[in-house]
Design a protein around this ligand. Structure first.
Ligand code: PHE
Length: 366
């Protein structure tokens, strides 16, 4: 009995010292578990004479009850402490006042991408995406830019050390045009899509950043011609700049993936130190500004993408999103787009509640 009493004292001390639920459980198993010392003591009752038992049984039961009570009390205390700690770390004071002004804003690039999607959706275009880490074949080869094409030079393109499955290089896409290839291979013809996204070139000054944004356009169907391209771009720019006096000039150019290729210029005038789109570039006081590249998809590109060029033709265009955002909203330094300065974002950003819609105006300013 004296041995049991000292075991009990040791156990009560260990229980009160237990500072985690795990440590407490260890004590419970050691005392009350199948092979615990209390359970073993209870088993000895069977071998006792009735007199011995009538004396020992209540004593052992009392010890069992004392240990069990101590464990239950300690468990409650530990659980309460755990809950307190959790509540303290997760406080949320619902009585705090809301900030006077909205804290975040929609970046002009995101805004313009939403405007593009809205305007082109109305013309029946889907929005497509592709990977920013692209392989050589989609970015260059399938776009009719062979091994010796100068755009593949190290100083123009960011390459990765690892190779693609076909042994070609992996790189940061230099334009959104590889999405043309991916979409044509995936869905075949006919196609009507835009593909806005980030592109990368090894280039950096006031008007070039190593990462910038483009939107690709692609239409593949039967009997598509340059007139459709010009109408589509004109209709887009009228909706985007929200004015009817948009004049486009298509200027012969060269891209390996389009034939014929044209650069798209728009008439503009200067108001103060700001360029304002609108008017005819040849009129006095007006000039032409280049907005992007385009052309009829080269038949070799259609072949690379698995489309029969004798059955289907189409046009493609690529516009700089940052560029048209600057023109529409009046910023003059491209680098500020990517500085993350909250003052710039507060000034040029948009309210998240102000979704661009054709009926309410695609460029509505909060
Ligand atoms: N991918 C070209 C560029 O980045 C733009 C372009 C797209 C030209 C589609 C023609 C057709 O400069």
């Amino acid at each position: 009995m004296t041995e049991l009493t000292s075991q009990k004292d040791a156990a009560l001390a260990a229980i009160s010292a237990a500072d985690t639920l795990d440590a407490l459980e260890e004590q419970r198993v050691g005392a009350l578990g199948k092979k615990g010392w209390v359970s073993l003591a209870l088993k000895t009752l069977g071998q006792m004479s009735p007199e011995e038992r009538s004396e020992a049984a209540p004593a052992i039961q009392a010890i069992r009850a004392e240990v069990a009570d101590a464990i239950a009390a300690k468990r409650q205390a530990l659980e309460a402490a755990e809950l307190e700690a959790q509540l303290a770390s997760e406080t949320l004071d619902l009585t705090l006042p809301a900030p006077d002004t909205a804290m975040g804003s929609v970046h002009p690039v995101s805004q313009v991408m939403d405007e593009l999607a809205e305007i082109f959706a109305d013309l029946g275009f889907a929005v497509a995406t592709g990977p920013e880490i692209e392989d050589d074949w989609h970015n260059f080869t399938a776009l009719n830019m062979d091994e010796s094409h100068p755009a593949r030079a190290m100083h123009d393109t960011f390459y990765f050390p690892d190779k693609a499955a076909d042994g070609g290089s992996m790189l940061l896409r230099t334009h959104t045009s590889p999405v043309q290839i991916r979409s044509m291979k995936e869905q075949g013809a006919p196609i009507r899509l835009i593909a806005p996204g980030r592109v990368y070139r090894s280039d950096s000054d006031a008007t070039h950043t190593p990462m910038f944004h483009q939107v690709e356009g692609l239409v593949i169907d039967k009997n598509i011609h340059l007139g459709h391209l010009k109408w589509t771009l004109e209709t887009f720019f009228k909706a985007f700049f929200e004015r009817e006096d948009i004049t486009l000039r298509l200027r012969p150019s060269y891209f390996p993936f389009t034939e014929p290729s044209v650069e798209v210029d728009v008439g503009y005038s200067n108001e103060g130190n700001r360029r304002v789109v609108g008017g005819h570039g040849d009129e006095p006081g007006y000039d032409w500004m280049e907005l992007g590249g385009s052309g009829m998809v080269n038949r070799r590109v259609l072949e690379f993408a698995g489309i029969d060029p004798d059955e289907y033709q189409g046009f493609a265009f690529g516009l700089g999103i940052d560029r048209i955002a600057m023109l529409k909203y009046g910023m003059n330094d491209l680098r500020a787009f990517f500085d993350g300065d909250p003052r710039w974002l507060a000034h040029y950003g948009f309210s998240p509640f102000d979704q661009p819609t054709l009926s309410a105006g695609v460029g509505a300013r909060a």
